[in-house]
Write a protein that binds this ligand. Structure first.
Ligand SMILES: [Cu+2]
Length: 272
């Protein structure tokens, strides 16, 4: 028990939990999208399953240590088996995996579900080694154009999203496999060259969150960070109008186009 408390204490210290709410989420990020709660429940459920298994194993170890402790100098019998026990520990892992699999599939279906008509569409380009965001807002009377913003290795781009409105992300890569990840949204999806992956999400909480590439994609993978600003509709439109004023009208779907407004990406040999 002391060991367990010690392990929990060390875990809390190491993960930098600084409030009771952080602790209650067991390190899960603060939730900022409609997809996050179901992933949170899966996370907590998995921890509960792990705790039940852990306590059971510790209990059995303790029981065996005390019940079968050495009482005399004779060596214990070396060839014994216990059939029910062996069947149990062969089957139990399959049962555990089956239950976790079942709940994972349910959570996955929910997270991947599409909305009928997304309020906004953002074409994301993950290029070596930054991001380009194409906002498809030609039909939005407040903006009137498709606009884009591109980051570079030296400048992480900003992604603006209106709170409470659904967004469809279309993920494209002109070069290698990247992975689009906003931890607070509890969502991550690979970006594969030659194919467009899509997912829908509704940001639910205003704030600034971090986004990153979750696939080791080359030399400057670590530079593939971006800032996600979940803001009011008015602030969103204002920001996109600013992009249009900077001349970022139309689309920037390739790495070359994406990098034209910043310093060139340093070429790295063998990064593919
Ligand atoms: Cu990447």
């Amino acid at each position: 028990m002391l060991l367990a408390l010690g392990a929990i204490g060390a875990g809390v210290a190491l993960t930098g939990c600084d409030s009771v709410e952080d602790l209650a989420r067991l390190g899960y990020p603060e939730m900022a999208s409609d997809r996050a709660p179901v992933m949170h429940d899966l996370w907590i459920g998995t921890w509960i399953a792990a705790a039940v298994v852990g306590i059971g194993v510790w209990g059995l170890i303790g029981f065996a240590v005390i019940r079968y402790r050495r009482r005399n100098a004779d060596a214990p019998p070396q060839k014994r088996y216990n059939l029910p026990m062996e069947i149990f520990y062969s089957l139990a892992p399959f049962v555990i995996i089956g239950v976790l699999f079942y709940y994972t599939v349910i959570a996955q279906d929910h997270v991947l579900s599409k909305v009928e008509e997304p309020d906004h569409v953002v074409d994301v380009v993950g290029q070596k080694w930054s991001w380009t965001f194409n906002y498809r807002e030609a039909d939005n009377p407040d903006v009137g154009n498709d606009v884009w913003e591109a980051g570079t290795v030296n400048h992480s781009p900003d992604l603006y999203l209106p709170v409470g409105e659904s967004v469809r992300f279309k993920l494209n890569s002109p070069d290698v496999i990247h992975s689009f990840w906003i931890p607070a949204f509890a969502f991550k999806m690979d970006i594969l060259p030659g194919r467009t992956n899509t997912f829908d999400v509704t940001p639910t909480r205003e704030g600034v969150y971090s986004g990153k590439c979750a696939e080791l994609c080359g030399t400057y993978h670590a530079a593939m960070i971006f800032n996600v600003h979940v803001v009011s509709e008015a602030e969103y439109n204002e920001y996109l109008k600013g992009l249009a004023e900077r001349g970022n009208i139309g689309e920037a779907m390739g790495a070359e186009a994406a990098n034209k407004n910043g310093p060139a990406i340093p070429e790295a040999g063998g990064a593919r």
